[in-house]
Write a protein that binds this ligand. Structure first.
Ligand code: URA
Length: 270
């Protein structure tokens, strides 16, 4: 894996600055800090989460709360550190009270993600949970149905393998999901070894798809998806899920409710 070129490093720095000052949606009014993403720009492996939570919004870094700790443990299980991969989110700014990203927010942020993919040119993108998975696959099929199944695709001119897995924050709520997440994670090394050897011909400047990334239009989530999650996604009917419904449509970051400590708070998630 050759190091990233100076051109890529400079382009990512410029993109970071753009994201940090972005006013493309209303979330800039309520965020403390934007969270552009971080990691090794030469990595073959990229993780795409949903959106910053409380801690990420405070620090301007992705996955620094409890979900991030789990992600680091999962990475350690395959011999990697967070510094060796690249970690980003669909949304670069925290939605108030960690509500779900809205379609208009996803659409406003999507060009940043596509540009990151074009620059980093990963061989494998691990999508964490429903929002990242639906956006990058361009399909309404939810994470419960598609987790652990690699899908070959092209994004921003980059041939790569999408690998949807449960969101670590969701797995913190549900032991069965955690078991599945760990199993899915252990398949990553093999996937990386075999994924699109020609996927990243160079880590140089990006090809010409800035203006019209192929999956973008299809991927813009239909309001129906947001409002009515596919039944299959919701079909993990553990009692714990019923108690914390957000966990079934794998939630992400931080909890809204300071007044009534919920399960997530008991877990120290927030
Ligand atoms: N959940 C996410 O999806 N992203 C983060 O950065 C943290 C929690």
């Amino acid at each position: 894996m050759p190091p990233a070129t100076d051109a890529v490093i400079a382009a990512l720095a410029a993109l970071r600055a753009e994201i940090e000052t972005c006013t493309g949606c209303d979330l800039h009014e309520t965020r403390n800090r934007a969270v552009p993403g971080e990691g090794d720009p030469a990595s073959d492996l990229m993780f795409v989460g949903e959106a910053p939570g409380y801690h990420e919004d405070q620090q301007g870094r992705p996955f620094v709360g409890q979900a991030g700790k789990l992600l680091e443990q999962l990475l350690a299980s395959i011999g990697l550190t967070r510094e060796q991969v690249f970690i980003v989110n669909v949304l670069k700014s925290r939605p108030p009270n960690n509500r779900d990203p809205r379609p208009d927010e996803i659409a406003a942020c999507q060009p940043y993600l596509w540009r990151q993919i074009e620059l980093i040119r990963p061989k494998v993108i691990c999508t964490l949970g429903n929002h990242a998975t639906k956006l990058l696959t361009g399909s309404p099929a939810g994470i419960t149905r598609v987790h652990g199944q690699p899908q070959a695709t092209v994004i921003g001119g980059v041939e790569l393998s999408l690998y949807p897995i449960f969101h670590p924050a969701a797995a913190l709520y549900t032991p069965a999901m955690l078991t599945t997440l760990k199993e899915d994670f252990l398949r990553l090394p093999e996937l990386l070894a075999h994924a699109a050897p020609g996927a990243a011909p160079s880590k140089g400047a990006s090809p010409a798809e800035d203006a019209a990334p192929a999956p973008a239009d299809e991927a813009t989530p239909a309001p129906a998806d947001e409002a009515t999650p596919a039944p299959a996604d919701e079909a993990t009917p553990a009692p714990a899920d019923q108690a914390a419904p957000a966990a079934a449509d794998p939630p992400v970051a931080d909890p809204p409710a300071p007044a009534a400590p919920g399960k997530a708070e008991q877990l120290g998630l927030f």
